[in-house]
Design a protein around this ligand. Sequence first.
Ligand SMILES: Nc1ncnc2c1ncn2[C@@H]1O[C@H](COP(=O)(O)OP(=O)(O)OP(=O)(O)O)[C@@H](O)[C@H]1O
Ligand SMILES: [Mg+2]
Length: 282
Amino acid sequence: MTVAAEKQPAVDRDVCIEVSNVTLRFGGVTSLADAGLSLRRGEVLAVIGPNGAGKTSLFNCLTGVYRPQEGNVLYRSRGGREVSLLDRKPHQICRLGVARTFQNIRLFAALTAFENVKIGAEIRQRTGPIGAMLGMPWVRRAERVSDEHAHDLLAFVGVQHRSNIIASALAYGEQRRLEIARALATDPEVLLLDEPAAGTNPAEKRDLESLINRINKELGVTVLLIEHDMRLVMSVAMNVVVLNFGRVIASGTPAEVQGDPAVVEAYLGTPADGGDGDAAPR
Ligand SMILES: Nc1ncnc2c1ncn2[C@@H]1O[C@H](COP(=O)(O)OP(=O)(O)OP(=O)(O)O)[C@@H](O)[C@H]1O
Ligand SMILES: [Mg+2]
């Protein structure tokens, strides 16, 4: 290796999403201010921060919903292809291998659990409408495989017994898990979960903890997780990034950030301002 080659900045091949210097403004509101993070392949990285810190805005910048005024979001797929996620539509980003769930559940309320998962799978389907109309054998075969996969995913998240129930009739925790199954049906390399535990009871939170671990370890999916529940964060996340007023104020292991004075202050406020900050890590 030449000296010049040694001096080249090392490209970290293990990083699959690199967010750098992202600033997002809405009129006078700055949702993200020079924010950055590196999501490493295979990890579970949690994004925490008080209400309004910019967590969902960050997800929206990663998934083609918002276009930040400044900064970059790079995605490096398992195959080594490197692309910017900016200026791409949500379905294109999903096809690249980045799937997400939403803070407010977004399911097709009038469709069954099974149909919701099938819709997720269709984004990757290669058979065209003409083959389907003609009932070609390879289309029927692909359909059968896709049906089986949908059933497997329903079982994976634990709602297989509810596959023929319409989504709106499912219990809240089941809807949350169904949304995860639908995201998994797109066969992602990276899964973005926006407060998957919000509104769930303690038993559902424990199930979710094990589900996130299985998604990461059994399916090999890299997870970026927005979560307020610190017990869940501590148990599933390898690393944590803390946002406050759109800025990254700390990052490290869960134990490191929990003891960081800047993080404590962001959540609880300083004694001078009454210490009544909201959404403290629970
Ligand atoms: N479409 C928008 N138009 C105007 N302001 C927006 C928009 N989206 C987000 N914001 C503002 O950006 C800031 C960050 O919001 P965001 O939803 O990203 O926070 P969050 O960290 O996800 O909060 P929470 O924990 O409550 O979900 C807030 O001040 C919010 O009002
Ligand atoms: Mg949010």
